[in-house]
Design a protein around this ligand. Structure first.
Ligand SMILES: NC(=O)c1ccc[n+]([C@@H]2O[C@H](COP(=O)([O-])OP(=O)(O)OC[C@H]3O[C@@H](n4cnc5c(N)ncnc54)[C@H](OP(=O)(O)O)[C@@H]3O)[C@@H](O)[C@H]2O)c1
Length: 322
């Protein structure tokens, strides 16, 4: 009996060691690692109509390229039409689709009153929306004490209410068709506490709450919900990030030496998470990925550990400087 228990213990220990090694060597969570090796490829989405917001730069732009390669029909939205047309050209150049398979639809996520007619425009053009990727968003950098309530409000309006507004326009159509897929670009900041970004962290935690609940409510109605949670990724995010003061943009630059994931790799992992209909995907380099696991499974220990590390060190990890 003791021998049996000993071998069970060894088996469990061995399994945990393997999982730890996979986490340390990986750039995404274990489910996504498994899906990327043994699951569906993005080409499984061929022919699907995908509406991407925030498609004029960064992750949204690269996701458009990834899905164009997979043969998806795309609706590209953001405020800057010229940039959307540039992205469209690249999609046609490197993708597996025709001119008529891409609709450029300028949209301001903050103009909630336009979301209904924009949804009708997409439906008129493609007659359906299979996947909505709510990706548009802005980050924020300032200590809690330096952040005005106006900024908290603006961040919530864009990163949360804008996403809810568009989703509430698209969801009835998916419910009517009895199929659909809603994805939201959350963040690892939606899983942890990102220092110097309380408003942003709060907005992404709110997204996690709203959309994980939607996922549960939709589980027997054939509507999938995917929360995409990237860690630090190269993009224009710091350029346009809110600070603590209303009307100000951070104008920050990401240095190539920083430990951030490349935008194409992040987009590739997002496309895999979509193709496999995952509920949630963590997409991050280490040590951020390991931190996310620690906070998920050992929250108290992680909180004590992170307080010991101190704000300076946490900020360095957050900005990819460790
Ligand atoms: N980069 C990271 O490290 C990281 C990590 C985790 C999560 N994320 C999330 O990923 C998403 C995309 O960010 P990114 O890193 O790719 O940054 P980005 O390059 O700055 O892209 C942001 C996109 O959002 C659009 N946008 C901003 N305000 C908008 C508005 N009012 N209406 C419509 N579109 C708007 C921008 O287009 P226009 O300016 O043309 O409108 C742009 O296409 C965000 O939700 C962000 O929170 C990023």
């Amino acid at each position: 009996m003791l021998d049996f228990l000993f071998y069970c213990f060894l088996g469990i220990l061995f399994t945990y060691i393997i999982l730890l090694v996979l986490i340390l060597m990986g750039d995404c969570d274990l489910y996504l690692q498994f899906a990327s090796k043994f699951g569906k490829k993005p080409s499984a989405l061929k022919g699907k109509v995908v509406w991407i917001t925030g498609a004029s730069s960064g992750i949204g732009e690269c996701l458009a390229y990834e899905l164009a390669k997979a043969g998806c029909k795309l609706c590209l939205s953001a405020r800057r039409e010229q940039e959307l047309n540039r992205v469209k050209k690249q999609c046609l150049l490197h993708g597996n689709i025709k001119e008529e398979d891409i609709l450029v639809l300028p949209l301001d996520a903050l103009k909630f009153e336009t979301h209904s007619s924009a949804t009708q425009d997409v439906l008129k053009y493609f007659s359906k929306i299979d996947i909505l990727v709510n990706n548009a968003g802005r980050s924020q950098r300032a200590l809690f004490e330096e952040t005005s309530l106006d900024i908290d409000r603006e961040v919530i309006e864009l990163n949360v209410l804008g996403v809810l507004s568009l989703t509430k326009q698209v969801l009835p159509h998916m419910l009517e068709r009895k199929e659909g897929h809603i994805a939201v670009m959350s963040s690892i900041a939606g899983k942890l506490s990102a220092p110097s970004s309380a408003s942003y962290t709060g907005s992404k935690h709110a997204i996690q709450g709203w959309f994980s609940t939607l996922g549960v409510e939709m589980s027997d109605r054939n509507i999938k919900v995917t929360l995409l949670c990237p860690g630090p990724v190269f993009s224009n995010l710091l350029e346009t990030a809110f600070t603590g003061k209303a009307g100000e943009e951070l104008k920050g630059k990401m240095e190539s030496s920083e430990k951030r994931m490349s935008t194409p790799r992040c987009a590739e992992l997002c496309a895999l998470a979509l193709a496999n209909g995952l509920d949630e995907a963590w997409i991050a380099l280490n040590p951020v990925l390991l931190f996310t696991y620690m906070f998920q499974y050992f929250p108290n220990l992680s909180r004590v550990g992170s307080k010991r590390m101190g704000l300076k060190m946490l900020k360095k990890i957050r900005e990819g400087k460790v």
